[in-house]
Design a protein around this ligand. Structure first.
Ligand code: HEC
Ligand code: HEC
Length: 407
């Protein structure tokens, strides 16, 4: 009897501790889990390391290796980098040069938030104002207002360039950085992919100004960015972010598994470090706040119309992969089974052989579609026979499109 009681107690303990460490499914519960675990992220190196390792399920890929070799190590590595000053200033569209020291705002609050709302408010600031990467071409563009329209830069309600920010780098130089908002905040809507932004064109102009050829940059097209620096030219469409808390994987090839929203914070932290040429790391509280903001993003669209004939067609033809219970996202799919171009599934840095089934939340907000932007409209995508090459009958197509417009 005594033995049984012990076994029972042990089983109960295992169940309870599993509940404490495993992150929940619903976005609001994920956010609460993050609020509860903030201190662990900020203070427990081994815990962060464990989240990195679990999320990089293909550790042999160069993309994963680079992070595994440097992040959350017991000794040395990226944890030892200098933290960049969290003071930022806007890039003004009126040409008035702002200065980080005079016009700066310190993003880090005196006291860390303790509620979801508090963390979200901080995360929102980080989303729009934190320099996540710096690029010489953007520094050059920022000084040339005559090019802004051409590359699709926008101004915000305060008359500043949306998504650009001034900051001081690890060497004390004032620089221009790109925030999340420049790529994922079209028209000031957080989470909306900036599909008009033509960073390839921006790079081509800079390249020509230096006396070089525009190279492949000019061929990217708006809304696309080659996020990997390898020998392959494979620009990927910028993603809407409303479906992220529902997705099992992120990145086109699903190279990061999201078993927990902590993996998102680790992803943003390492993204920052790589985006700053491994010279500095971000303040971790700001990355945690950003991840809480991303899992609780408000979606501007209304609810999908699920009681329509189009929804029935979707249920029959699409829901097997794009699961409505998971924000219309789904598992990884073997790329060879799909009509999609195979190139990014085989990317030397991040190729897994799979494509993740993306969330379709907010899909009506605009194309181009598929990872490479090869389908300009939803109608084109259906005509292409996605996913396996069998186009729908015309009537069904029309009805299904009506449903997709509500997502
Ligand atoms: C220069 C433009 C750019 C910036 C800046 C940028 N992103 Fe992205 N982001 C992209 C592109 C392009 C992809 C698609 C990559 C892929 O499909 O593999 C992406 C993918 C993502 C994904 C994965 C989405 C998915 O469904 O796979 C998340 C999450 C994300 N970005 C969040 C952020 C956050 C948060 C920031 C700020 C810390 C940020 N991004 C900054 C361009 C950008
Ligand atoms: C076998 C699983 C599967 C089925 C079935 C499926 N899809 Fe997909 N879907 C995917 C995958 C994987 C991708 C990503 C492919 C890519 O980016 O090249 C995708 C991409 C998309 C995209 C582009 C999303 C974006 O952000 O660019 C849309 C839209 C879409 N699917 C709609 C549909 C519709 C409508 C149906 C039903 C007719 C459907 N899918 C059926 C797996 C599937």
């Amino acid at each position: 009897m005594k033995r049984l009681t012990w076994t029972y107690a042990l089983a109960l303990w295992i169940t309870l501790s599993a509940c404490q460490t495993e992150a929940p499914q619903e976005p609001q519960d994920q956010a609460q889990w993050m609020v509860d675990n903030a201190q662990r992220y900020l203070t427990d190196r081994a815990w962060r390391r464990q989240h990195l390792e679990t999320s990089l399920w293909r550790p042999e890929l160069p993309y994963a290796r680079k992070r595994l070799d440097s992040y959350g190590l017991e000794r040395g590595g990226w944890d030892k980098l200098q933290t960049i000053a969290p003071t930022v200033a806007p890039v003004r569209a009126d040409g008035h040069p702002s200065d980080v020291h005079n016009d700066g705002q310190n993003l880090l609050p005196q006291q860390l938030p303790t509620t979801i709302e508090g963390w979200r408010a901080l995360g929102k600031e980080v989303f729009w104002k934190m320099p996540m990467r710096r690029d010489a071409y953007m520094e050059w563009i920022a000084q040339r207002p005559e090019l802004w329209d051409d590359v699709g830069l926008q101004t915000d309600q305060d008359g500043n360039i949306r998504g650009l920010t001034r900051f001081e780098d690890a060497r004390g130089n004032q620089r221009v950085g790109l925030t999340c908002g420049i790529c994922h905040g079209d028209n000031g809507v957080a989470g909306k992919a900036a599909r008009q932004l033509d960073l390839g064109h921006a790079r081509a102009l800079f390249s020509q100004a230096l006396g070089n050829t525009p190279g492949a940059f000019e061929d990217w097209g708006p809304g696309r960015v080659d996020v990997t620096s390898d020998s392959v030219d494979d620009p990927l469409t910028i993603k809407n972010l409303w479906g992220v808390p529902h997705q099992s994987h992120i990145n086109t090839s699903g190279s990061i598994q999201l078993h927990s929203p902590a993996a998102l914070a680790v992803r943003f932290e390492t993204q920052f470090i790589v985006g700053h040429a491994m010279e500095a790391r971000p303040n971790r509280a700001l990355m945690w706040a950003l991840a809480i903001y991303i899992v609780t993003l408000d979606r501007p669209q209304t609810e999908p119309q699920t009681d329509t004939p189009g929804a029935d067609i979707f249920q029959a033809r699409c829901a097997g992969c794009h699961n409505p219970q998971r924000g219309y996202s789904g598992d990884l799919v073997n790329a060879e089974a799909l009509t999609s171009s195979q190139q990014s599934a085989r990317s030397p840095l991040r190729g897994t052989g799979f494509y993740k089934t993306p969330s379709l939340l907010g899909i009506s907000s605009g194309g181009p579609y598929l990872h490479d932007g090869s389908q300009p409209t939803l109608g084109d995508l259906l005509d292409s026979g996605h996913p396996f090459g069998q186009p729908l009958p015309e009537d069904d197509k029309h009805t299904l499109l009506q449903f997709l417009q509500t997502l």
